[in-house]
Design a protein around this ligand. Sequence first.
Ligand SMILES: Cc1cc2nc3c(=O)[nH]c(=O)nc-3n(C[C@H](O)[C@H](O)[C@H](O)COP(=O)(O)OP(=O)(O)OC[C@H]3O[C@@H](n4cnc5c(N)ncnc54)[C@H](O)[C@@H]3O)c2cc1C
Ligand SMILES: *[C@@H]1O[C@H](CO)[C@@H](O)[C@H](O)[C@H]1NC(C)=O
Ligand SMILES: *[C@@H]1O[C@H](CO)[C@@H](O)[C@H](O)[C@H]1NC(C)=O
Ligand SMILES: *[C@@H]1O[C@H](CO)[C@@H](O)[C@H](O)[C@H]1NC(C)=O
Ligand SMILES: *[C@@H]1O[C@H](CO)[C@@H](O)[C@H](O)[C@H]1NC(C)=O
Ligand SMILES: *[C@@H]1O[C@H](CO)[C@@H](O)[C@H](O)[C@H]1NC(C)=O
Ligand SMILES: *[C@@H]1O[C@H](CO)[C@@H](O)[C@H](O)[C@H]1NC(C)=O
Ligand SMILES: *[C@@H]1O[C@H](CO)[C@@H](O)[C@H](O)[C@H]1NC(C)=O
Ligand SMILES: *[C@@H]1O[C@H](CO)[C@@H](O)[C@H](O)[C@H]1NC(C)=O
Ligand SMILES: *[C@@H]1O[C@H](CO)[C@@H](O)[C@H](O)[C@H]1NC(C)=O
Length: 624
Amino acid sequence: MVLLPRHYALLLTLSRILLDTSVSGAVLPRQSSVEVFDYVIVGAGIGGSVLARRLSDDARVSVLLLEAGLSGEADETIQIPYVYERLFQSKYDYNYTLTPQPNLDGRILTYFRGKALGGSTSINGVTYTKGPASYWDKFAAYMGDDSWSWAGVQQYFAKIEAFEPPTSPPSSFPPLFNSSAHSSHGQISISLNAPASSSNSTWIVPPIMSAAHEIGIPYNTDGNSGTPLGVSWQQFTIGNGTRSSAWTGYLAGVRRDNLEVRVESTATRVRRSHGAGVRYDVVEYTDAFGETITVQATKDVILTAGVVDTPALLMRSGLGPACVLEAAGIPVEMDIPAVGQNFVEHIGLPMTWSVSSPTNTSLTEPITDDALDNDLPVYNPELAKWRESRTGRLTQTSLSHIIFGRVPENATIWQDDEISSRANNGGSWMNSDPAWRSDGPHYEQIVSNKWTSLVPSPGSGRHVGVTHFVTCPTSVGSITLNTTHPMAQPLINPNSLNTTWDRFVLRHAIRNTLRYMNASAWRAYNITPMFERLTEQSGDEEVDAFIRANAFGGAHGVSTARMGPASSPPGSDVVRPDFRVKGVEGLRIVDASAVPFMPNGHSMAVLYVVAEKAADIIRSGNAA
Ligand SMILES: Cc1cc2nc3c(=O)[nH]c(=O)nc-3n(C[C@H](O)[C@H](O)[C@H](O)COP(=O)(O)OP(=O)(O)OC[C@H]3O[C@@H](n4cnc5c(N)ncnc54)[C@H](O)[C@@H]3O)c2cc1C
Ligand SMILES: *[C@@H]1O[C@H](CO)[C@@H](O)[C@H](O)[C@H]1NC(C)=O
Ligand SMILES: *[C@@H]1O[C@H](CO)[C@@H](O)[C@H](O)[C@H]1NC(C)=O
Ligand SMILES: *[C@@H]1O[C@H](CO)[C@@H](O)[C@H](O)[C@H]1NC(C)=O
Ligand SMILES: *[C@@H]1O[C@H](CO)[C@@H](O)[C@H](O)[C@H]1NC(C)=O
Ligand SMILES: *[C@@H]1O[C@H](CO)[C@@H](O)[C@H](O)[C@H]1NC(C)=O
Ligand SMILES: *[C@@H]1O[C@H](CO)[C@@H](O)[C@H](O)[C@H]1NC(C)=O
Ligand SMILES: *[C@@H]1O[C@H](CO)[C@@H](O)[C@H](O)[C@H]1NC(C)=O
Ligand SMILES: *[C@@H]1O[C@H](CO)[C@@H](O)[C@H](O)[C@H]1NC(C)=O
Ligand SMILES: *[C@@H]1O[C@H](CO)[C@@H](O)[C@H](O)[C@H]1NC(C)=O
């Protein structure tokens, strides 16, 4: 068998789709060779891993899980938390790019997406944020279903979290977490980066805390107890010094006769087995040899290919906005206008300062992680330590705390038409505050113990970084097909900073950071900006120019095949409350694309809840 380059194989498959008359409705001859499973799941990210595990708990049902990527299971680069950035633009990344963003000086930014067992949870930054209670309460109000509320989803967080409290945190710190907000018997390990008192990396904790105090950011014992505002100890999907991914948490080591997992298996189309019906029960995929394989589901085909590839797969199958399909020469099976629309993303921005020995000799020397990246004599012993005992500096990612903040109540933006008119635009559950309620943040600041910038590190020196995200953006973008090459990477357009709100919030967050890093606790370390002159007093134009040149387009996208209440207007969304694609049978979507709103924080925890809840809904259908 000749090993075809993947893109060539995909093009061959595409020409086959375009020539195949079955697409427009003819009855296919029954293929005796087609393998049949109860469930065929496409993509082994969060949705795919959780569902494959939970559905195959029932020994009576058979499950096939298809994953486009390599396994990655035995790869240390995936396991070691510290080196996650080495996974970007590696064989475990789709290497996607965004379309040129007009509000970012037309720059073409990379858009990371995991391609391995575990999906993006195998390459991501392991930050675990559950969102404010208001995120879930808004979700419930929109769906008209209280089971989506903060109170309603606690049972799912209990199934997800295996919380590992720090063993010997320095006794001088106030409580680092709220134990009643966590479960210890779920699937995903959650832990803090609370160094033992003997460790050098504690140096950064006092300035992080006192600078916050100095500028009025309150200490929050636990940002994951429903009220994230303030500065809190960050929580990570790390257990025993190792990344805990959707794969390691839900499927690694699970051996069952009724579950089959196939890697290097890229679904290229879903289709009907019988021309007359609306049951999309067949999946065609390309294997590692470029061969097209056809499988069939007796119960459901479940798409869990993520925010980019789920809408792309739907569109390549003729299920999407008619205008996009027609432009790409794909026969329209069903016009579903919301496929690929409503794409929302966080806008991010990193900033870096250098630090040096403190003038006040009672302060600790700043031991930053720059040396781990720049000096093998520092890195290698840490690697040995990690291999030996899963301890040392590679068990963390240079972060320890997270700050969530809000635009003040007296800010001019609240008078802006764009904001004040929101309540009239979106149904009774909408209001003017994009965070929906005052417990919801508008932005996030994460302090890192090393160089943090889109520009590569100078390779020496000691640094501290702050990365910002606008956590409840209002800009809306889209994912569409490349019309001349529909199997090539989709066109991913977050429409970054399209709204006055997003631009205002990012400016506000940056000014807040400039004030924070100008607090005496940081100045004691001779903190010096590594970016062009920008001060708290800089005008909007100067800050905006800085943003256009330095912001990047997030990694938390959702909503490209979003869920809506049963009563929502036709065409406004894609899936029903039971995750079934509206208007067709046998096809469900359980991933970031189905999530109706941008998670107000990082996306992973929200997706675990969505997947666990979907598993309950699907299984309750089996019981009936
Ligand atoms: C670089 C990066 C850093 C991030 N950092 C954080 C963080 O610190 N905290 C946080 O909460 N969130 C973070 N996120 C976001 C979070 O990881 C994602 O939102 C989440 O993993 C998406 O889950 P998903 O199941 O929707 O899709 P994915 O995790 O993307 O999984 C989709 C899977 O489907 C597979 N697939 C796609 N197409 C096909 C096909 N046609 N056939 C077969 N298989 C297919 C893919 O290979 C992949 O394995 C980060 C994301 C990235 C990319
Ligand atoms: C992404 O790009 C890198 C660097 O060019 C390459 O090594 C890797 O194989 C690419 N990833 C995939 C999935 O093709
Ligand atoms: C701790 O968490 C519980 C459960 O979420 C919550 O009810 C309680 O208010 C929290 N306590 C503090 C001090 O935050
Ligand atoms: C702390 O840093 C000093 C100076 O770099 C080093 O000698 C010492 O071993 C470090 N201690 C720990 C616990 O890492
Ligand atoms: C030096 O730092 C210590 C510890 O933070 C503090 O108590 C002391 O006041 C500082 N001294 C000066 C001169 O700033
Ligand atoms: C943590 O990892 C080490 C090294 O692989 C192993 O020996 C130990 O058993 C693990 N501990 C737990 C609690 O899993
Ligand atoms: C908002 O109030 C703060 C103090 O309460 C004040 O410093 C600031 O100038 C006010 N901002 C506006 C835009 O009025
Ligand atoms: C579509 O894909 C082709 C082939 O990869 C590429 O040359 C072209 O630039 C893409 N079009 C767009 C708009 O990205
Ligand atoms: C916002 O997006 C719309 C639709 O793409 C576009 O017409 C408009 O020019 C954009 N405005 C800004 C300020 O980016
Ligand atoms: C730091 O604060 C001082 C006043 O205390 C101010 O003059 C200076 O401009 C500030 N620096 C920055 C970078 O904002």
